[in-house]
Design a protein around this ligand. Structure first.
Ligand code: ZN
Length: 429
């Protein structure tokens, strides 16, 4: 259904500004939110819109969600290095599926955090943007860049200032939005560990210098305090994991909080610790590898960052066998249950801060007049129960750029197939 203009009436508006939800109407024209009317003050005439969607007074209309750590090319496998061996044809098809899955789950913004093959993210981003395939707004990444002996994921290897410069240039030439550096280790590798740091000051500095020159941003796998400090010092503004911090790292992050984003990737830690036995990683094995220790540290670190006003965003490293695609909204539950965020703070991290990390806070991440119409109509109130966002059936409508990816059921469909949508009526579909 192509929505030239859509009126969502009688909805609870959770606008992503931090304001409490309020009842009202929202008019979408083209790809923008045109007007918002608060119930009791004004209303919007129904004949202004080609489509009218009635929220029945209890459905929530909110901005689409952001996943800050996306691997759209990961294949739900157990071994990332096997992912690189996938033939490109099959790999492209599964990446197209993953792109659609993000949108099916209400994610309209994704920050690419390394691609398993050099051009896959870029091709998928361009295909989404041209309308050829459904998917979120995507910041495309290239393959991760690692130094010798320190590849955590499928990576390009480069050492020293000139090799890093050349590699960043070759990645940027592909048209990426983000360049990923593999700056610290990962316990599961058994070789490159989380407390080890694999980049020098000069190597980080040159990566940022070259990426900036080409309009790309740098993100990093940085689990320990040394790698975090390298990030802040040299302008790597998207920091993944950041599990281990000391006071100095916290002070540096706080001083840079207007430019730095942190995404801990909690799902990876939690699922590896407690839910990966089917793939040979028992809780005992995970503890021995150091993941329980890391998870405990990550939780404490994120609480401290949150207290200091450092921007912490959901995005859980989805796409492994035990963190499969489609389970993205589990991260929101972790923010509430483990990090002590209120449901409102969690929603803001996934919406308003999403607009900020996407680099377009004036148009993305909030439900405000003039913003892009990336909207979710939710059956219920996520502020009362954040877990309702995990069930796709609760997303009654998903709109991106003013067009329905998932249209609310038509009146006919309501009678024939979807009796649960009693109060949702489409006047003209
Ligand atoms: Zn990752």
């Amino acid at each position: 259904m192509n929505a030239e203009s859509t009126l969502f009436c009688n909805v609870n508006i959770l606008d992503g500004t931090g304001a409490q939800p309020y009842r009202g109407d929202v008019l979408v024209r083209g790809n923008r939110i045109d007007r918002i009317a608060r119930a009791g003050q004004t209303c919007i005439a129904h004949d202004l819109a080609t489509n009218v969607v009635d929220g029945g007074g209890h459905r929530t209309l909110m901005p689409g969600l952001c996943d800050a750590h996306t691997h759209i090319t990961w294949n739900n496998g157990t071994n990332l290095h096997a992912t690189t061996a996938l033939p490109i044809e099959e790999h492209l098809l599964l990446t197209i599926d993953n792109a659609r899955t993000y949108l099916d789950c209400g994610y309209t913004m994704c920050v690419g955090a390394a691609s398993a093959k050099e051009r896959l993210d870029v091709v998928i981003r361009d295909s989404i943007n041209s309308g050829r395939i459904p998917g979120p707004r995507l910041l495309a990444s290239g393959m991760e860049i690692a130094t010798t002996g320190a590849d955590v994921n499928p990576s390009l290897t480069a050492d020293g200032v000139e090799e890093i410069r050349k590699t960043v240039r070759s990645v940027c030439k592909l048209g990426v939005d983000t360049v990923k550096l593999s700056m610290s280790g990962e316990q599961i590798t058994g070789a490159a560990l989380n407390h080890e740091t694999f980049f020098t000051d000069a190597e980080v500095a040159v990566a940022v210098e070259e990426a900036s020159r080409r309009g790309a941003r740098v993100c990093a796998h940085a689990r320990n305090q040394h790698s975090i400090k390298l990030c802040v010092k040299h302008g790597v503004n998207i920091i993944y994991h950041a599990s281990f911090v000391d006071e100095e790292a916290l002070d540096m992050l706080e001083a840079a909080k207007d430019r730095v984003f942190v995404a801990p990737g909690l799902a990876w830690l939690i699922m590896t610790c407690y839910h990966a036995s089917d793939w040979g990683i028992t809780p005992e094995a995970a503890e021995q590898m150091g993941y329980v220790d890391e998870l405990e540290n990550a939780i404490e670190s994120m609480k401290k960052m949150h207290q200091r006003g450092i921007r912490v965003l959901p995005g859980g490293d989805y796409g492994f066998a035990w963190t499969p695609h489609g389970t993205y909204a589990k991260d929101l539950e972790y923010f509430v249950d483990l990090l002590g965020f209120t449901p409102m703070e969690t929603i803001l991290s996934a919406t308003k801060l999403g607009g900020e990390i996407m680099g377009d806070p004036e148009h993305l991440g909030q439900l405000r007049e003039g913003y892009f119409a990336d909207l979710l109509l939710v059956d219920g109130d996520p502020l009362r129960d954040i877990t309702i966002l995990q069930d796709r059936d609760n997303l009654l409508a998903i709109m991106k750029d003013g067009a329905f990816h998932k249209a609310p059921p038509s009146a006919e469909a309501r009678i024939q197939r979807l009796p649960r949508f009693d109060h949702l009526r489409v006047v003209a579909a």
